[in-house]
Design a protein around this ligand. Sequence first.
Ligand SMILES: [Cu+2]
Length: 175
Amino acid sequence: MKRIAYFSLILASVAFLFTACGDDKKKEESSTPTTEENTQTEESSSSSEEKSDVIEIVGNDQMKYDKTEITVKAGEEVTILFKSVGELPAEAMSHDLVVLDQGTTAQEFGMEAAKAGSLKEMSDEQKESVIVATDMLSAGQEQEITFTLEEPGKYEYVCTFPGHFASMQGVITAE
Ligand SMILES: [Cu+2]
């Protein structure tokens, strides 16, 4: 019985968090909040209120983006505020967010970046599939990127820090 009560408490707080961060972003994504980890959503929800069209994405010490599915309008300017959070030093844990053109998967681009060593060391030809990228950010840093996805479709994004691409991927749907 106690276990059930505890579970419904968790459900209630998840539902609260979900509605609390859902109202400043007008989109119909159905991504479930699978945050078993203790992510700090309080600070992110309070600071993103002045600019409602900015999509905030956080990368953390668990090598995860807090959002892995976002939806935008094709042909319209999009701004992503990418934040790197955590406790680990820059050499051990940093993140970037690289948006890839259609036809290039996060998986294949991540592997190529890993082979090259970093995004900067990739060839111009390899970088042709990059629509926009943040710098490599250590915990506490943040950066805004603004871009337009002209064609409707799916655009994957990935972190190119060594070893991260497998768990740090997401998809932007332009419609
Ligand atoms: Cu990363």
